[in-house]
Design a protein around this ligand. Structure first.
Ligand SMILES: [Cu+2]
Length: 362
């Protein structure tokens, strides 16, 4: 995508004809043309972990486009490519992921109310085995664009154009029929449509995608995990993750905690891909000074709330003040998902203590 709407994506292919598979994307439609994955047979264990074909599937939470700085409607060229990869969920555990642009969540898109987006969408046959599309909750139109972007590998690219008529933080996701499989393994992201007057300024912004991974293995069981339709039907995920990888942004993780400083204000975009579970976003050791419930940027945000309910398939976001140092743990307060299924990220706040506010040794 050009201009400020989107940050750092790859190279893409030129436009061609449109896909023709019609269905009720955005609702429950008929199954995609690809075969549903077979139910795994219980043979007493998983296959060995596979060699990952990407270093990580996790998007960088600091990779957030800058705030809108224009005050007239603008045109954006947006290019999106779907990419399927085997990657590690945690050491010794691999799974097959489906993504927009090779990362979970898909890249954050940031535009202004009234802007126009020209999307070129492709499903290259060397990176995909399944049919994909994209449903933007930020636009009017059949399936949010999914009806006209549905293509099999090698069939594209396709193009659509849409206007962002209403503001808010919205999700985009794949909706091919097997919505749950494609979203659960990574095909979702955020499109933020800023209101005409913009949003309050903050010092740092972070972007996370929560999702459920349903597999034929147990949590932590070494080997290659395959998508499990039975687990999805009972809505009993093996993992609940930020960005497709367990603990990547914690004290134990590959990257470690994210950084902020006392005195700053930070914003967290929380994209709950689902596909099924309502989230209860909470910052342990802090509070949402402002919480933009379900991405509502028109009404006054909620104030000083410890958490909120965030439906599956929606985006909320919150701002925090950082008066004292220490870790802030981002959790879904349905805490089994945190302590047993992998959902945790940490922001380490560094700076001077304020013992009037918090004194660890009075
Ligand atoms: Cu898909």
């Amino acid at each position: 995508m050009t201009e400020n709407a989107h940050t750092n994506r790859r190279t893409f292919v030129k436009a061609a004809g449109a896909g023709s598979v019609a269905f009720l994307a955005g609702c429950i439609g008929p199954l995609s043309e690809s075969e549903p994955e077979e139910e795994p047979e219980d043979e007493g264990g998983l296959n060995p972990a596979e060699d990952p074909d990407i270093e990580t599937i996790a998007g960088d939470p600091t990779d957030v486009p800058p705030p809108v700085d224009w005050d007239e409607p603008r045109h954006h060229e947006l290019e999106m490519v779907t990419e399927e990869y085997t990657a590690e969920v945690e050491p010794g555990v691999t799974a097959r992921f489906m993504t927009f642009d090779g990362q979970i969540p898909g890249p954050m898109i940031r535009v202004r109310e009234g802007d126009t987006i020209h999307l070129t969408f492709d499903v290259p046959d060397d990176l995909n085995v399944d049919v994909h599309n994209v449903d933007f909750h930020a636009t009017y139109g059949p399936g949010g664009g999914a009806v006209d972007t549905t293509i099999a590998p090698g069939e594209g690219p396709v193009e659509i154009e849409f206007q962002t008529k209403y503001p808010g933080a919205h999700i985009y996701h794949c909706a091919p029929g097997a919505h749950d499989h494609h979203i659960g393994t990574g095909m979702f992201g955020t499109i933020l449509v800023e209101p005409e007057d913009g949003l309050p300024e903050v010092d740092r912004e972070f972007y996370f995608g929560q999702h459920e991974l349903y597999t034929d293995g147990d949590t932590g069981e070494e080997g290659h995990h395959r998508w499990d339709n039975a687990g999805a039907r009972s809505e009993d995920p093996t993992y609940v993750l930020f960005n497709g990888e367990m603990g990547r942004f914690t004290g134990d993780g590959e990257v470690g905690p994210l950084h902020a400083e006392t005195g700053e204000t930070v914003r967290v975009f929380w994209c709950n891909g689902g596909p099924n579970h309502v989230s209860s976003p909470h910052p342990i050791g802090n509070v949402w000074t402002r919480w933009y419930d379900h991405g509502d940027v028109v009404n006054d945000p909620m104030k000083w709330v410890e958490g909120a309910t965030l439906g599956a398939g929606f985006v909320g976001f919150g701002d925090m003040d950082l008066p004292v140092p220490g870790p802030i743990h981002l959790v879904d307060h349905s805490l089994t998902r945190v302590v047993q299924k992998g959902l945790l990220a940490t922001i380490d706040v560094e700076g001077e203590p304020d013992e009037d506010i918090y004194n660890p040794d009075p």
